[in-house]
Design a binder for this molecule. Structure first.
Ligand SMILES: Nc1nc2c(ncn2[C@@H]2O[C@H](COP(=O)(O)OP(=O)(O)OP(=O)(O)O)[C@@H](O)[C@H]2O)c(=O)[nH]1
Ligand SMILES: [Mg+2]
Length: 312
């Protein structure tokens, strides 16, 4: 809770609860979708491809009784690069910092050994932290009851069925989380939904569009750096570098006669205009940074908060 100590507000009653809830699970189970749905606004990007979220992000939910600080985390997976190690490390750190763990499972797919590994991880690194379990995507599940029973058995707790896409079960989920939180103050103003700055969110939105418009290894090999971000009255000038790892990937991102980069530009601009409520002039440049996912120094330069010495 140290990052919150300085933002203390004494406007709270004895029964008010607050704290950090780490939202964790396999990639693509709907963690970011859920946080956006709880907050009623987009603070995290969402795509159909796994391993979208790469950095920790705070989503702040405020009601009369509680302030829940949701930490969106990268999906826990077997890492294959410095970036992968970093992402899994971000999820581990969020678990260690949290007052409550919210474990998300995908009701539309059978449980995997990855889910079991995650359960083991909780036992190893945060055995005492209270935990809630939510079974997401119930709209796609034919028999979520069997799935729920399976996990209830091995976890000794019941999973709450939810649908982050249409909001079903979300108020019940909030109702389950609040009693698990410690008593505490409201740390942020009631109308603040995140700590994310617009520059970071702009880079994420461009990355989101690229992930959705490309396939195979491209989504994982893309990084976006905003090199200029100027807002003036009702317009904004944004310049972005799009990094890939190889010349062939650059060719794909640019596309035949520049078709793909044009489409990325148009879709990103539309999304940025709605985010900023301003007219946006977006310039993009595609660059090759060989094997950047294994280059800690480069990753730090473009904004990943890697520790000075690599994690194992
Ligand atoms: N049908 C359905 N799809 C959902 C639901 N929740 C999320 N999705 C979809 O699942 C995909 C992944 O959602 P994300 O929110 O990006 O998943 P994530 O867990 O944050 O993924 P990573 O950041 O990669 O770990 C997207 O296509 C979402 O639209 C749901 O309740 N129902
Ligand atoms: Mg995510």
């Amino acid at each position: 809770m140290s990052e919150l100590d300085s933002i203390f507000s004494d406007d709270w009653g004895e029964d008010h609860r607050s704290g950090l809830v780490a939202v964790v699970g396999r990639p693509n189970v709907g963690k970011s979708t859920l946080i956006n749905a709880i907050l009623g606004q987009k603070i995290a990007i969402v795509t159909t491809k796994p391993q979208t979220t790469r950095q920790r992000q705070l989503g702040i939910y405020t009601s009369e009784q509680a302030q829940i600080l949701f930490i969106d985390t990268p999906g826990i997976h077997k890492p294959k690069s410095v970036l992968g190690n970093y992402m899994v490390g971000v999820a581990h750190d969020a678990l260690k910092d949290s007052d409550v763990i919210l474990w998300i499972l995908d009701a539309s797919a059978p449980p995997t050994t990855e889910d079991e590994n995650i359960a083991d991880l909780f036992g190893r690194i945060v055995p005492g932290t209270p935990r809630a379990l939510a079974l997401n995507k119930i709209d796609l599940a034919e028999d979520s009851a069997g799935f729920t029973a399976h996990f209830a058995q091995c976890e000794h707790e019941s999973a709450l069925p939810i649908c982050a896409k249409d909001g079903r079960g979300i108020s019940e989920l909030i109702g389950c989380l609040i009693p698990l939180l410690p008593r505490g103050p409201r740390y942020y103003p009631a109308d603040q939904a995140s700590e994310t700055n617009l520059r970071f969110l702009a880079a994420e939105i461009i990355r989101e569009r690229i992930i959705e418009l490309t396939s195979d290894e491209i989504p994982h090999a893309v990084a976006v750096e905003i090199t200029r971000f100027r807002e003036k009255r009702r317009s904004a000038q944004i310049e972005a570098s799009i990094f890939v790892e190889r010349g062939s990937q650059k060719g794909i991102v640019i596309g035949k006669r520049g078709d793909m980069i044009k489409r990325i530009g148009v879709e990103s601009r539309v999304a940025l205009e709605s985010l900023l409520e301003a007219r946006v002039n977006l310039e993009t440049r595609v660059k090759v940074q060989k094997n950047w996912r294994s280059n800690a120094e480069f990753m730090r330069r473009i904004g990943y908060r890697l520790p000075k010495r690599g994690r194992n």
